[in-house]
Design a protein around this ligand. Structure first.
Ligand code: SAM
Length: 294
């Protein structure tokens, strides 16, 4: 039956098809994805050159058009106009499931608003692949996409995560993973258990499981950190990290102001120096702590 899939000439119903593609291993394409990509009138791709490699591999000759974060608005209008004429349009991202940390959402909303069917064609997704092999609870999880690139915002995002039996899942870039692990250690303590899922489904797939301090040391010792990363962890119900027990930055600043009779700014500079962080980072931290108390 599988061998006959290519000969399957069942017509495709008109509408928008969100087609998941592999995240590394081409064998992870589904039979249905291949059929939809073959039978669609057009494939809207995050990067046409990237998708063309996949299409060439499977000898699919459907015309492509670009659909990415910079042209999502205008392209959505064009695609919906075609859909209104009864077209079958497939949407793919560079890898994985469209709409998950990838373009797709806007055309789905517009298609539904036009009263046209939207069909999911499920397949590979890095977050779920990392989760199911992480060893962390998979009953309740939250996918957060990428953490903010700015250090202060990243720390705030971590501090605001809910605790308890929830697995938190993030996408992370290799050049930022060490900074993120350092922030995790600062916010939740050295012993916080984390899982790093790297290069999922690829030749060099790797899972690192252990304390944040151990994983930071392990990655620091490498000459380079490459590949795509999913970062996962759960947080204890209680706030038991050593960092939480430490005096808050605001507390240190106000103690110095009292004991030394210096201004808030001078005290802040001193605390920043002692903690080995920049003045602006210390200032942001102070503001965050003050906001939490309000
Ligand atoms: N839509 C995709 C999905 O369904 O997983 C995610 C796209 S997002 C722009 C790309 C990020 O996903 C990467 O930076 C990385 O964090 C994660 N990712 C994608 N492929 C991966 C892989 N093979 N192994 C680990 N992480 C991966």
């Amino acid at each position: 039956m599988f061998a006959d899939q290519d000969k399957d000439d069942r017509p495709l119903a008109p509408g928008l098809y969100l087609v998941a593609t592999p995240i590394g291993n081409l064998e992870d394409i589904t039979l249905r994805a291949l059929r939809v990509l073959r039978r669609a009138d057009r494939i809207a791709c995050e990067d046409t050159r990237q998708t063309q490699k996949l299409l060439n591999h499977f000898e699919i000759r459907t015309p492509t058009v670009s659909y990415h974060m910079h042209n999502e608005g205008t392209r959505t209008e064009e695609l919906v106009a075609e859909l209104k004429q009864g077209a079958r349009i497939a949407v793919v991202s560079d890898a994985g499931t469209p709409g998950i940390a990838d373009p797709g959402g806007q055309v789905v909303t517009a298609t539904l608003a036009a009263g046209i069917d939207v069909f999911p064609v499920p397949g590979a997704n890095a977050a779920v692949s990392g989760l199911i092999a992480s060893g962390l609870p998979a009953e309740t999880f939250t996918f957060h996409g990428f953490l903010p690139a700015k250090a202060g915002q990243r720390k705030t995002a971590l501090e605001e995560l809910p605790r308890g039996e929830i697995t938190h899942i993030f996408y992370e870039a290799p050049h930022r993973i060490l900074d993120t692990l350092a922030d995790l250690e600062a916010v939740f303590g050295k012993a916080q258990h984390v899982v790093i899922a790297r290069e999922l489904t690829k030749l060099h797939e790797e899972f690192l499981r252990g304390s944040v301090a151990a994983l930071h040391a392990e990655l620091t010792a490498r000459t380079s950190i490459r590949g795509e990363i999913v970062l996962l962890f759960t947080l204890d119900q209680t706030e038991n990290s050593s960092e939480k027990k430490k005096t808050s930055l605001a507390g240190e600043v106000s103690a110095l102001m009292k004991s030394e009779g210096i201004s808030e700014m001078d005290a802040l500079k001193r605390v920043a120096r002692e903690r080995g962080i920049g003045k602006s980072e210390a200032y942001r931290e102070l503001q965050r702590e003050q906001n939490r108390l309000r």
